[in-house]
Write a protein that binds this ligand. Structure first.
Ligand SMILES: Nc1ncnc2c1ncn2[C@@H]1O[C@H](COP(=O)(O)OP(=O)(O)OP(=O)(O)O)[C@@H](O)[C@H]1O
Ligand SMILES: [Mg+2]
Length: 460
């Protein structure tokens, strides 16, 4: 859930946007004009502030500067019309995070919020790493100590690293840490690229940049993300989703570190370290011809495998402590700890969504708890049932269609994809269509859920 401040104008109706945001489970507050927006921002912490380019007679650029100064962590999103593009671009230079052009597409706005929350959570983790040293960050179990030793060894080098492990095991967190521990943490930034979220035809120009006129909407020359990561690190997330044709270009880049913009004749040298991540099994992707073997070997110089949480239970108490501290502060609760029963349930649960799911469970617990301790009763029902969110609780009306109940012997066998589709629908129904809540129960990000839903729609 994001805490959002939205400005309204008399001319433009923000009602629809507000409705969509609230439906997705976000806390939306409204500021009628710039004065009240500034007062609220100075007073309270928001995750995201939407600034209407037409807010008032005040210059929106001044508003952006003010918000940036008083709330450095808050994301600022400018809502502009096509005619206000120069103003939107100027706001970015003054510290706005991005701009959205009207008419607003609610799903795009929700995706923006999702990635914003993810960034904030990673920023928090990075800050926690700063205050606690890397060793203190993963706990002290033997398996984690081995992982920390490996991270410390490879971080200061320029070696390409492939991060593998199930969803939610901390691949992006580790990528951040590697970047921060390397000299590149000082000289450049870490630029994340989600290879699965960018449409295939845009990915090349996003990565390599393009020249003016290279394709229809290339009205201006643009630098690619590899360029932006110069002297820093580029984090290629969901690398298995990269289209074959682009895999060839990435391979070439890994060999010569030359960037050639789409439509350009010449190439330029950049100094970028590549970290890549995937939750897919690249060996089977290669076997089925979806991933190039030569690229795999280029990426797999050092592989860091992050084991699922159910295989490193000894780190659970440590992580519980981390998240408890964070959420108690965030929700201003008087909670001091967690009851022995609740703790033992958390120790034996099997976490299909890994650390992200544990994080969500503790957020839920902190919201629910009334006393000094998080008790059994404050844990989500599916965790209490000792099962994953896959099995519906007794009282659920959707129980008759419990999608992952073991099939009866005489039942038609179903594919995994069908079971996933059924399960997603059941969880959405259970959450009354609230996608944020459903994504939480499923242990995936809202963007992933959204993408899966688009896939379902396309199939239907
Ligand atoms: N050691 C840790 N301590 C605290 N929080 C952690 C730790 N590792 C991961 N997290 C948190 O768990 C969540 C998932 O981490 P991350 O996004 O890095 O996973 P991922 O492996 O990239 O998942 P996906 O494959 O779904 O993208 C994040 O919210 C992150 O902040
Ligand atoms: Mg990730």
């Amino acid at each position: 859930m994001a805490k959002i401040l939205l400005t309204t104008t008399t001319e433009r109706d923000r009602g629809k946007l507000r409705h969509a945001l609230e439906n997705a489970g976000h806390d939306v507050q409204i500021a009628a004009d710039a004065t009240s927006l500034l007062a609220r921002v100075a007073d309270e912490r928001f995750d995201i502030v939407f600034v209407d380019a037409e807010t008032t007679v005040d210059d929106p650029i001044d508003i952006v500067s003010f918000v940036r100064q008083s709330a450095p962590d808050t994301d600022i999103v400018i809502l502009a019309e096509v005619g206000q593009l120069p103003l939107a671009a100027a706001s970015i230079r003054r510290g706005a995070t991005l701009y959205l052009i009207e008419p607003l597409e609610p799903s795009a706005v929700l995706a923006v919020i999702d990635s914003s929350l993810k960034r904030l959570s990673h920023a928090l983790v990075v800050r926690e790493v700063d205050t606690r040293t890397v060793d203190g960050f993963f706990g002290h179990s033997p398996a984690m100590s081995k992982l920390v030793r490996l991270i410390r060894k490879v971080a200061p080098t320029d070696a390409t690293v492939l991060l593998t492990g199930e969803s939610g095991t901390g691949k992006e967190v580790v990528a951040n840490i590697i970047h921060r521990l390397s000299p590149r943490g000082q000289s450049g930034k870490m630029v994340p690229v989600n290879c699965g979220a960018i449409p295939e035809n845009l990915l090349e120009s996003e990565l390599f940049g393009h020249m003016k006129g290279a394709f229809t909407c290339a009205t201006q020359e643009k630098e690619g993300l590899l360029h932006e990561a110069d002297r820093g690190t580029c984090f290629l997330d969901e690398i298995a989703e990269m289209p074959m044709q682009l895999q060839v270009k990435l391979l070439r880049f890994l060999q010569d570190r030359l960037v050639r913009r789409v439509g350009a004749v010449r190439s330029e040298k950049v100094d970028v370290r590549i970290l890549a991540a995937t939750n897919k099994n690249l060996l089977s992707e290669m076997a089925s011809g979806r991933f190039r073997e030569d690229l795999f070997f280029r990426l797999n110089v050092v592989q860091i495998y992050l084991p699922p949480l159910r295989e490193r239970q000894d780190t659970i108490p440590f992580l519980v402590g981390t998240f408890l501290t964070r959420f108690v502060r965030q929700y201003r609760k008087q909670i001091l700890g967690i009851s022995a029963e609740a703790q033992s349930i958390l120790m034996t649960y099997h976490y299909p969504g890994n650390i992200r799911e544990l994080e969500n469970i503790l957020e839920y617990g902190c919201i629910m708890a009334d006393g000094r301790n998080i008790t059994e009763a404050d844990l989500p029902p599916h965790v209490l049932a000792g099962r994953s969110a896959y099995v519906l609780p007794e009282h659920s009306s959707a129980r008759d269609t419990a999608p992952l109940a073991p099939p009866a012997a005489d039942e038609e066998p179903r594919t995994l994809a069908q079971m996933e589709a059924d399960h997603i629908r059941a969880m959405l129904a259970r959450c009354g269509g609230n996608q944020t809540m459903a994504a939480k129960l499923l242990g995936i990000s809202r963007t992933s859920l959204w993408r899966k839903m688009q896939g379902l729609k396309a199939e239907a």
